[in-house]
Ligand binder design. Structure first.
Ligand code: SF4
Length: 73
């Protein structure tokens, strides 16, 4: 899972690289579709590498990790 964290500055670089994955709205990028194939994964990796503030992350958002840990306890 790929997501954009709160450090995003809305520069639009990710959207310009992978417009079908990222969309900038209200000054922040949002993931509009998770990458599902090799081409989309490659474009997402390019966007991750190009983001000037490292706001694009892979994995589960912290809130989901916390809730799954709670369920396991
Ligand atoms: S490249 Fe990074 S900072 Fe720029 S809009 Fe995308 S997530 Fe936000």
């Amino acid at each position: 899972m790929v997501f954009v964290n709160e450090t995003c500055i809305g520069c639009g670089v990710c959207e310009s690289i992978a417009e079908w994955i990222f969309k900038v709205e209200d000054g922040m990028s949002h993931v509009i579709k998770q990458p599902e194939n090799e081409a989309e994964n490659a474009a997402t990796k390019d966007a991750i590498g190009a983001c000037p503030v490292n706001a694009i992350q892979e994995g589960a958002p912290i809130i989901e990790i916390a809730s799954s840990e709670k369920m396991a306890a």
